[in-house]
Design a binder for this molecule. Structure first.
Ligand code: SF4
Length: 294
């Protein structure tokens, strides 16, 4: 490829090697399981918060079988404040399946990875690429934004389409052993330089960018609403889980009630949803505990 439809692998990989963040799950010797754990944690959670949990987590539970041997409550408690705690439950289930059905080894095939609990299209390809050095397209929000700008001349990527997004990134991957480095570098560029609100084009290693060359035209779409957290059911669920995490024994309903006083209907709805998700259980005497803890 040539012209603006091309991203120079040498430029991008060279930039990555000079400037990338020193993230522990990228270090040599980190196992496929530990990389998979980092990918579960990084879904919807900023790197800085994952950094505060991942090292202790993989020391405590370095393998799928070690994780499977823990109780679901232990895993939920260690997940702490990462948010979206269903991920912790799915990670525990994923560990159980790998330990039981795959000899405690994370599969290296994307199609097999996709059969594991909690592993979706992005995570399967991220593990195949980062843990097993395969040439597969790894497409997250950051990658989609860089491709939209550099290749298509648009300020943002619009609605995701797995087939189109994978085809776009596959066409950019170099046909040699640098493909995995290229993938991680593309993600890093979107995360640190070509950011959603304030791209720092002066630091960009790309020699051509269609959006920059077109004079940064504004997006035709409506601006995305900013996600809020305060006052949402998600926040209430977090407050209820905090109470359970802080207690090693089941708690009463009134102990939970003090965690959220502003809207009792919302509190009860959040409690019901935690029960429905299997993150907490109700004891025979009507108290509440983290899943698997009673
Ligand atoms: S030149 Fe600017 S907009 Fe284009 S890819 Fe680089 S950082 Fe993003």
């Amino acid at each position: 490829m040539s012209g603006p439809q091309h991203i120079s692998a040498a430029n991008l990989v060279g930039w990555f090697e000079r400037t990338s963040r020193d993230l522990p799950w990228r270090h040599p010797g980190v196992s496929a399981w530990q990389i998979l754990v980092s990918e579960f944690m990084l879904q919807q959670t900023p790197v800085s918060r994952v950094l505060s949990i991942w090292p202790d987590w993989v020391r405590r539970w370095p393998t799928p079988s070690a994780t499977a041997a823990a109780t679901a409550a232990d895993v939920l408690r260690a997940w702490g404040k990462l948010g979206y705690p269903r991920r912790a439950k799915r990670l525990h289930e994923c560990a159980t399946v790998i330990a039981r059905d795959h000899d405690d080894v994370v599969p290296d095939d994307v199609e097999v990875l996709l059969t594991l609990p909690g592993v979706g299209s992005y995570t399967a390809r991220a593990v195949a690429c980062f843990a097993y050095q395969q040439r597969v397209p790894v497409v997250d929000t950051n990658v989609r934004r860089v491709v939209a700008r550099a290749i298509h001349g648009r300020s943002d990527a619009g609605a995701p389409s797995a087939r189109r997004d994978h085809a776009d990134v596959s066409a950019l991957l170099p046909n040699d052993a640098t493909a995995p480095q290229f993938s991680v570098a593309l993600m890093e560029l979107g995360a640190t330089v070509c950011t959603a609100r304030t791209p720092r084009c002066g630091l960009c290693p790309l020699d051509a960018c269609a959006w920059r060359q077109a004079g940064f035209p504004a997006s035709a779409g409506l601006p995305r609403p900013v996600q809020r957290y305060a006052g949402t059911d998600r926040q209430v669920r977090g407050c209820l889980l905090d109470v359970l995490r802080a207690n090693n024994a089941p708690v009463t309903k009134s102990q939970l009630d003090v965690a959220w006083r502003t809207d009792t209907q919302q509190r009860d709805r959040a409690l019901d949803s935690l029960l429905a998700d299997g993150l907490i259980t109700k004891t025979v005497d009507g108290r509440f505990a983290l899943a698997g803890e009673q």
